[in-house]
Design a protein around this ligand. Structure first.
Ligand code: SAH
Length: 239
């Protein structure tokens, strides 16, 4: 099913992902239709494949972004513990997924893209400025691109009116393959909350699996192995 969703336009790409069952949630489909992948992929934006974006990074294939969104969707709604979902997108790269997530967190939600390479942090932001909607997301502060080591997560102070809800994240998406399931990240996940994270399965780092880690209201953690993947590594920044 992967790779088969290429289209001649953003709409065709999204329709193909819908028809093949990669996108099943109508809200997710709407978000994919709203965000033009051409603003984020330097070439062949409607092809269902990853593309090089410079600095040893790639924009993931559309079907992987669809898989990520579908897995975290239930946690992108306001809830009793979190009136406005807070999302951390680690390894934001092109900024495409950061934008999709921002379309799904509701009016008051917050999405922070975290990158460890300054040029890529900037590329994510510049890509988002290519559309009026993207510009609005940045200017209102709903989306922010920050520089930092994603392995440490991010302690983002609560915004005005949300002081009772803590600084943890409803959703953490990790866009690069981690050596381990970093405890720091798990600790920063809200209860309930959900993390989508590729992890190296063996010492060589050749085999990777993507995991869906969910925390229930009481803090109980459930891990689900979703599939094998090939992601850029979650590492120290190149010198
Ligand atoms: N979601 C992005 C994926 C980009 S590739 C997209 O689809 O465009 C993975 C990204 O993770 C790269 O941009 C890389 O610079 C970043 N990365 C790798 N290690 C990191 C770390 N320790 N902290 C933050 N970002 C990291």
């Amino acid at each position: 099913m992967a790779w088969r969703c290429s289209g001649g336009s953003n709409e065709q790409l999204v329709e193909n992902m819908w028809r093949s069952g990669l996108i099943t949630d109508p809200r997710a489909k709407e978000a994919f239709l709203k965000v033009d992948r051409a603003h984020y992929a330097p070439h062949s934006p409607y092809e269902d494949s990853p593309q090089y974006i410079g600095h040893e990074a790639t924009i993931s294939a559309p079907h992987m972004h669809a898989m990520a969104i579908e897995n975290v969707m239930p946690y992108l709604k306001p809830s009793a513990t979190s009136p406005a979902p807070r999302v951390l997108d680690i390894g934001s790269g092109s900024g495409y997924l950061t934008h999709l997530l921002a379309e799904l967190v509701g009016e008051k939600g917050l999405v922070i893209g975290l990158e460890h390479i300054p040029a890529l942090r900037q590329i994510g932001e510049d890509n988002m400025r290519k559309s009026t909607e993207g510009m609005k997301l940045l200017d209102t502060g709903k989306v922010q691109f920050r520089l930092g080591d994603g392995r440490l997560g991010l302690k983002e102070p609560a915004r005005a009116g949300e002081e009772d809800h803590g600084t943890d994240w409803d959703v953490i998406h990790v866009g690069a393959s981690a050596k381990e399931l970093h405890k720091t990240l798990l600790d920063q996940l809200k209860a309930p909350g959900c993390m989508f994270i590729p992890v190296d399965d063996d010492e060589s780092g050749v085999m990777q699996s993507v995991w869906r880690i969910s925390k229930d209201q009481g803090g109980k953690v459930t891990k689900k192995n979703i599939c094998g993947v090939r992601y850029v590594k979650l590492t120290d920044p190149p010198i």
